[in-house]
Design a binder for this molecule. Structure first.
Ligand code: G
Ligand code: G
Ligand code: NA
Ligand code: MN
Length: 253
């Protein structure tokens, strides 16, 4: 059981690290971005998944220092890539706690400034459910981020309870279709219809579509014929430390 005190201790000892999962643009065959995914190098348990500590961090106040660390580390790496000439966005998953405490905007401004990172190199991913639960707070916040040119994605799209009316009023750039619709894509006609419908709607609304959880070549082929813009998943690459995806950034896929 991972406790608040363990997380606090791990932050002090710098046991957290970020992995990055590439996002492949199918039209250009280039990696156009990466998603930062946190890991804990635990001295006894080895590499611990965020599903085993993010909830505990959310429940305690520690989600704030943890989220601030993620943002800082992702921006530090994004600046390195930017300096090296890579035209990619680096996406960070935003936790409910960071969003709700009102410090997110301030933290983003502070961090972009600290690394002198262009805002368009940073992307934030917010789950559909988080967006819908806090519309009153979220819309002004998204507008403020958009004004700075930070990219905004709705994560896990299709699994939450958003209504299309709300979608219309959200200033977002990208829909990330949840991997539950992708995993059996080539066997289930209904999944194809759902992904096709989301893609058509998104394009009509001027939004980009990313498919998550792309594990097989057949997924890619199907998504390509549907007109999906970007694919992300084990078929392209697992989440890896920055050094280990350098090759993918260099070579057109
Ligand atoms: O990377 P993956 O294995 O295991 O992530 C599991 C869950 O943890 C996913 O829901 C993912 O969005 C979330 N997650 C991964 N990294 C971060 C992070 O840096 N911050 C937050 N808030 N959630 C994250
Ligand atoms: O909730 P979010 O979409 O941010 O979380 C991404 C999660 O999906 C992470 O746990 C990440 O490790 C995982 N993931 C990424 N690619 C794949 C994939 O191709 N298949 C599966 N099953 N999981 C994936
Ligand atoms: Na995400
Ligand atoms: Mn997702």
């Amino acid at each position: 059981l991972l406790l608040e005190s363990d997380i606090r201790n791990a932050l002090e000892k710098k046991e957290f690290f970020l992995t990055y999962q590439p996002k492949l643009n199918m039209a250009t065959a280039e990696i156009e971005g990466v998603e930062a995914l946190i890991r804990w190098q635990h001295p006894e348990h080895g590499i611990v998944s965020p599903i085993n500590f993010i909830p505990a961090a959310e429940a305690s106040g520690l989600i704030l220092p943890l989220s601030e660390w993620v943002l800082d580390e992702a921006c530090r790496q994004a600046k390195l890539w930017h300096t090296q000439g890579y035209k990619i966005t680096t996406a960070v998953n935003i936790s409910a706690g960071h969003f709700n405490n009102g410090k997110l905007l301030e933290d983003i401004d502070k961090t972009l400034k600290k690394y002198n990172l262009p805002a368009e190199c940073l992307e934030i991913e917010i789950t559909e459910n988080m967006m819908m639960q806090n519309m009153d707070v979220i819309i002004p916040m998204l507008k403020a981020l958009k004004a700075r040119k930070v990219c905004i994605s709705i994560d896990d799209f299709g699994t939450g309870y958003s209504s299309f009316a709300y979608l219309k009023s959200l200033p977002v750039d990208t829909l990330k279709i949840d991997r539950s619709f992708i995993k059996d894509l080539h066997h289930h006609k209904d999944d194809i219809h759902i992904v096709q419908a989301i893609t058509n709607m998104a394009h009509k609304m001027g939004l980009k579509v990313v498919a998550e959880g792309v594990e097989e070549q057949e997924h890619c082929q199907q998504l390509c014929s549907i007109g999906c813009d970007v694919v992300q998943g084990y078929y392209i690459s697992r989440p890896e430390k920055a050094d280990n995806i350098q090759g993918l950034l260099d070579v057109a896929y």
